[in-house]
Write a protein that binds this ligand. Structure first.
Ligand SMILES: NC(=O)c1ccc[n+]([C@@H]2O[C@H](COP(=O)([O-])OP(=O)(O)OC[C@H]3O[C@@H](n4cnc5c(N)ncnc54)[C@H](O)[C@@H]3O)[C@@H](O)[C@H]2O)c1
Length: 324
């Protein structure tokens, strides 16, 4: 059992990971400013409402709780918003992370799991994408994550900070039994938006039908949030047992088109998804699918909640309540 600090633990992926870490017997504390997270996503005694930017308070918390490792989710995550407000994204995601890393240095905490993203690859040359593919983000959000990744490589060399950088593909699904769900505001993710259309009757827009894919719509790798959480457990175990810094893709290795996801939502809900077709969005690659063989081989990770049916079925009860 270890003492783990989870930044952004009141958010979507963070809260699912806090749940699994706690179930594994770890002593988990959440640091979150609730800018996009929810107070009720975390058991009250575990939550410390605090910003990444409060270096002094974060240092004090790390020391007082004798934290062994940090899992760092806290960030702004909307790609479109990042192109409209790049300064705000660089400030929160990069400067906020630097404040955390300074606090960790002051407190002598040397293990970190970092939430990175497939967006660091930009428009990949080919898929499935291995971790060795070029880092070439095409929006400020992806650039903030690539910058923190590079910072972590230097902190490994200069400070002995061991980190696991996890590049998530499309997080989705929910843990209904644990009372956890996805509720980003504004919502930008496909499955909640398809379900919103089912519940409200207001059509959802499908962006682009002329991509070079079998049915013309974008293909993405959908990974259940509980499988993502499981990757963090494996990463923490790796670091706590003295493992070196690593970078891993987290995805299933199988892609689904927007039309396939829409069909799965219709099948699970038993209702049509009202939709209209719109033009392509800038910066949306045709296909993003992970080569996750490294994570499977090195950490023995395997997704077991991530068939499309499992994902959609797990999301439906909470999304149905959310949009009613
Ligand atoms: N959702 C996805 O599909 C996806 C894909 C790739 C990577 N990621 C990364 O995973 C992480 C979590 O994403 P999510 O979907 O759970 O987002 P989320 O918005 O639900 O969670 C982010 C949490 O961080 C907190 N936060 C933000 N800035 C903070 C600050 N300065 N100080 C303290 N707390 C702060 C928010 O209040 C929120 O609780 C992010 O780093 C994101 O970039 C997400």
């Amino acid at each position: 059992m270890s003492n783990i600090l989870v930044t952004g633990g009141a958010g979507y992926i963070g809260s699912h990971t806090v749940h699994q870490l706690t179930q594994r017997g770890h002593q988990v504390t959440v640091l979150d400013d609730l800018s996009t997270g929810f107070r009720d996503a975390v058991p009250e005694p575990q939550l410390h409402i605090c910003s990444l930017f409060d270096t002094e308070q974060v240092t004090h918390l790390l020391q007082r709780l004798q934290i062994d490792a940090v899992v760092h989710f806290a960030a702004f995550i909307a790609v479109g918003e990042s192109t409209q407000e790049p300064e705000r994204y660089f400030t929160n995601n990069v400067a906020g992370s630097l404040s955390l890393f300074s606090a960790m240095a002051a407190a002598g905490v040397k293990k970190l799991v970092f939430s990175s993203t497939a967006a660091v690859y930009g428009n990949p040359l080919s898929t499935p994408i291995p971790e060795t593919a070029p880092i070439a983000p095409v929006n400020p959000y992806g650039e903030t994550k690539a910058t923190v990744e590079r910072t972590l490589e230097w902190l490994d060399r200069c400070r002995g900070l061991r980190s696991v950088r996890l590049r998530y593909f499309n997080a989705c699904g929910a843990n209904e039994a644990a009372g956890l769900s996805e509720r980003h505001v504004p919502e930008t993710h496909l499955i909640p938006l398809l379900m919103k259309a089912v519940v409200t009757g207001q059509p959802v827009t499908i962006f682009g039908t002329d991509y070079p894919t079998p049915d013309g719509t974008c293909i993405r790798d959908y990974i259940h949030v509980d499988d993502l959480a499981k990757a963090h457990i494996a990463a923490i175990d790796h670091l706590l047992s003295g493992g070196p810094s690593e970078v891993f893709n987290v995805g299933t290795g199988r892609g689904f088109s927007v039309r396939e996801v829409l069909a799965a939502v219709e099948q699970v809900t038993g209702r049509p998804v009202p939709h209209v077709f719109g033009p392509r969005r800038d910066g949306d690659p045709a296909e993003l699918v992970a080569d996750s063989s490294k994570l499977r081989a090195r950490l023995g990770w395997n997704p077991d909640h991530s068939t499309l049916h499992q994902i959609v079925a797990s999301a439906w009860p909470s999304q149905q309540r959310r949009w009613a």
